[in-house]
Design a protein around this ligand. Sequence first.
Ligand SMILES: NC(=O)C1=CN([C@@H]2O[C@H](COP(=O)(O)OP(=O)(O)OC[C@H]3O[C@@H](n4cnc5c(N)ncnc54)[C@H](OP(=O)(O)O)[C@@H]3O)[C@@H](O)[C@H]2O)C=CC1
Ligand SMILES: [Cu+2]
Length: 408
Amino acid sequence: MEKTSTGAFPSTMNSSEKQETVCIFGTGDFGRSLALRMLQCDYSIVFGSRNPQKSSLLPNGAAVLSYLEAAQKSDIIILAVHREHYDFLKELTEVLKGKILVDISNNLKIDQYLESNAEYLAQLLPGAHVVKAFNTISAWALQSGALDANRQVFVCGNDSKAKQRVMDVVRTLGLTPLDQGSLLAAKEIENYPLQLFPMWKLPFYLSAILCVFFFCYCVIRDVLYPYANGNQDSTFRLAISIPNRIFPIAALTLLALVYLPGVIAAILQLYRGTKYRRFPDWLDQWMLCRKQLGLVALGFAFLHVLYTLVIPIRYYVRWTLKNRTITQALAKTDDPFSTTTAWLNDSYIALGILGFFLFVLLGITSLPSVSNMVNWREFRFVQPTPWCTAGRNSSVLRVLDGIFLLPT
Ligand SMILES: NC(=O)C1=CN([C@@H]2O[C@H](COP(=O)(O)OP(=O)(O)OC[C@H]3O[C@@H](n4cnc5c(N)ncnc54)[C@H](OP(=O)(O)O)[C@@H]3O)[C@@H](O)[C@H]2O)C=CC1
Ligand SMILES: [Cu+2]
């Protein structure tokens, strides 16, 4: 294919090899970064700005016009302006009629306004087709190309043709569009970037409580009691022995908590005689963070494995063995080999290893890239989780399609 000459294109030109012209309102950080990326993907860019003459640092090849002129050049307009400044759009009502307006704005707080920014925009300009997109992608990521954190662009809008066109643009930019439905979804999409690991909070608090509780219990039993009883200093146990007792307990308790809500939910559904009613909030929250609970449990199991592997090189253990050998030698006694003990000990360790292997398998299959390769039956074979997440929001389900979570 013949390459077009390099250098600045007149922004309105549409050669056969070029993608369409896209207009970006606002020459701020996000507008510039998005324009740069779109230019790299062969789009023609026209900026709309309050001061076309004064705009600086704009990417080569983009034209800058007034808002009114820029809007006339394209039927896709990306609005890289904060919501507080949307008022100026009212003067453009006529030009924007029938055009696709892409709202990319975010807020500073969750639920800052009554309606989402995109719905507000749609009310402001009833003649335009408002589509929400791009708000979860940062300007920095667009510019640096470091999009490893998140390539997903959530898209929603009431006009399906408009939405399709925006999704095509998203795809051309090398990102993955996820259709979230109508503009009603905009509120949830606008809240995404403001959430900080929402699903990890409960698992985090639960494991903290479990660890503190069992730590206190073990300290009383293994440190304070020997001290009170025989003035014996066992504080060194705080470093390895006690943590290695807490980790497996925490791992198993959390793993049990992964499966418990499914059972409770099933009982509840049986009791109510229907699956078409919402679960109480606490149960909903609990079910939504099952995958995270499972991963934290797996983390504890890993720690337990590592802490167990170092046992033979610990001074305390080596000293005890040496001491016992010398004591036996001096006393000229010996400790006969017990096949029963050997069997018990080996099977105990073997079961531990197998259990850990199954646990890792559970964790690995919970990675979306792995679970996408197996069908529902295979998935159920590895992850025999019980029923039901019925009645829950499907977009949440899609985000969390992991293995500790059951499809509806
Ligand atoms: N920065 C980021 O990483 C991300 C930003 N967003 C969203 O993109 C939008 C723009 O963000 P960002 O580019 O960072 O913000 P900036 O402050 O850098 O840019 C905002 C632009 O809005 C234009 N504008 C129009 N009217 C006004 C006005 N009355 N007062 C001030 N500016 C006005 C200005 O362009 P001009 O001077 O040319 O008129 C200005 O450059 C926001 O809604 C933000 O939530 C979303 C995701 C990520
Ligand atoms: Cu163990």
